[in-house]
Design a binder for this molecule. Structure first.
Ligand code: ATP
Length: 235
């Protein structure tokens, strides 16, 4: 579905991504794990065209997208849930969800999607008239994911959904990520520092160090790998 081939991205003179190659099949959950500053967020921003790739190819459903503008990439169904959530704090939960659907005009389906979101995240239904800024961190993350879902993603890019959240909430959010993947055929690219949780929820994973992929394998194999266990799983 999405293929990055030898992608190189720079911030000025600093090379943030080096010959990055990643492939994501339709229906998969793929995780990208790595330490702080490894280049995970840059990978997502390069896919979305926010930070341009200097060289290399990015292909989405057989079409080259590395020179497209971000709005055209979003319109193709690639939707990012950014690190730090970035919900609209002065808009209500319901209004935040409406913002996620701004490219759509299929009213009946939008209504069905909101009902689905309220079913998977009942706390958002309870808080539908509350402003986003009054929600807890976990609820804001649920809202950020839901706002992304309102854009009807074919490929959902999640940037560190576990950041700053209590372990119990992280487990809850990750099990819903799996549910979204299974129930909606939504392909998911999950960027995480929390390797323990990410490797449990994803099918395959990539390990990134200073802008390069150092390992790519099934999550089962990565969890058994001695280097991964020492560096990322703390065992
Ligand atoms: P984190 O978990 O902290 O978000 P990350 O793996 O997502 O880390 P990136 O944010 O992609 O890493 O950063 C990759 C590298 O690019 C780092 O060395 C970072 O300092 C650098 N970098 C990121 N954004 C910029 C920027 N706007 N200008 C210059 N350098 C940047």
């Amino acid at each position: 579905m999405l293929e990055l081939e030898n992608v190189n991205t720079y911030y000025g003179n600093i090379q943030a991504l080096s010959n990055l190659s990643i492939s994501i099949g339709e229906g998969e959950i793929i995780t990208l794990i790595g330490a702080n500053g490894a280049g995970k967020s840059t990978t997502l921003m390069t896919i979305c065209g926010i930070v341009p790739a200097l060289s290399g190819k990015i292909t989405f459903e057989d079409e080259r997208i590395e020179r497209l503008s971000t709005d055209r990439i979003v319109a193709k169904g690639i939707i990012q849930v950014p690190e730090g959530r970035r919900i609209f704090p002065y808009l209500t939960v319901r209004e935040n969800l409406d913002m996620g659907a701004y490219l759509r005009n299929d009213k009946a389906e939008i209504k069905r999607d909101i009902e689905y979101i309220f079913e998977i995240f009942p706390i958002l239904a309870e808080r539908r008239n509350q402003t986003g800024g009054t929600l807890s961190g976990g609820e804001q993350q649920m809202l950020a994911i839901s706002r992304g879902l309102m854009g009807k993603p074919r490929l959902l890019l999640l940037d560190e959904p576990s950041l700053g959240l209590a372990p119990l909430i992280v487990t809850q959010i990750f099990s819903i990520i799996r549910k979204i993947n299974e129930e909606n055929d939504t392909t998911i690219f999950l960027v995480e520092q929390n390797a323990n949780q990410a490797l449990k929820v994803a099918h395959r994973g990539y390990v990134m160090e200073t802008g390069r992929i150092t390992l790519a394998d099934t999550c089962e194999n990565l969890m058994q790998n001695d280097d991964v266990r020492k560096a990322y799983l703390g065992v």
